[in-house]
Design a binder for this molecule. Structure first.
Ligand SMILES: C[S@@+](CC[C@H](N)C(=O)[O-])C[C@H]1O[C@@H](n2cnc3c(N)ncnc32)[C@H](O)[C@@H]1O
Length: 207
């Protein structure tokens, strides 16, 4: 599906669509608005996409991060996004007509990698609403993320600073630290609504 118009009107339309989905599916959507420009830039800069062969995005929403990934990745890098909500699949494809977007849950990434002739990937860029997931779902998706990443691969996911008031956000933090070989946090993007930071998690390279 092609993008039909550009500029502020379209962004308003996307934001309205996002907000409506939040009203209907608050826990699955996890935010009232899409990530802002600064958070999307930081996320895709820290992902260091220049020299990798396969990138997967989890939870594309209206495609704000998808658009940056497509701009920053090399033309040879394989990329697809996964999004559970069909309204957001349509919105991502509208913003990024060249993207491949599967309507499926994040833990099925390996299946879609295999569909694309790959056994693993080098980067996973996620904006999944972790703090709304119960412990089983957090474990299930994180195990799949870790197993799907190639050795030396990186997993990036953002979290809302205020989320740290909730036990599920601390559980995510503990899980990330227990699974990955290195976890660092970015500075807080205060201008995002709500303010957010990024976890950059590395899987050790093969010995
Ligand atoms: C906080 S929004 C982020 C959207 C967009 N990437 C952004 O940064 O504005 C979280 C997104 O994850 C999607 N999502 C939630 N659970 C999911 C799952 N299990 N698998 C794939 N996508 C999921 C939601 O539908 C929503 O689009």
């Amino acid at each position: 599906m092609k993008r039909t118009n550009t500029g502020i009107e379209t962004e308003l339309e996307y934001n309205l669509k996002f907000f409506t989905q939040f009203i209907f599916h608050p826990t699955k959507t996890g935010a009232i608005l899409p990530s802002n420009e600064k958070l999307c830039e930081l996320m895709t800069d820290m992902a260091d996409l220049g020299n990798v062969s396969t990138v997967v995005e989890l939870g594309s929403g209206t495609g704000v991060i998808t658009e940056k990934i497509l701009k920053k990745k090399s033309p040879d890098t394989k990329f697809f996004a996964m999004e559970i909500n069909p309204t957001f699949v349509e919105a991502t494809l509208r913003r990024c007509p060249d993207a491949t977007v599967y309507q499926s849950s994040a833990e099925n990434a390996r299946f879609y990698l295999e569909v694309n002739g790959e056994s693993g990937c080098d980067r996973i860029v996620s904006s999944l609403p972790w703090s709304t997931f119960n412990s089983e779902t957090q474990e299930l998706i994180l195990n799949s993320v870790y197993e799907t990443l190639n050795p030396g691969g990186k997993f990036l996911t953002y979290a809302y600073s205020l989320g740290l008031l909730f036990p599920s956000a601390w559980r995510l933090r503990r899980l990330l630290r227990s699974k990955f070989d290195k976890v660092v946090k970015s500075s807080i993007v205060w201008s995002n609504i709500p303010p957010a930071f990024i976890y950059i998690c590395e899987k050790a390279p093969a010995k």
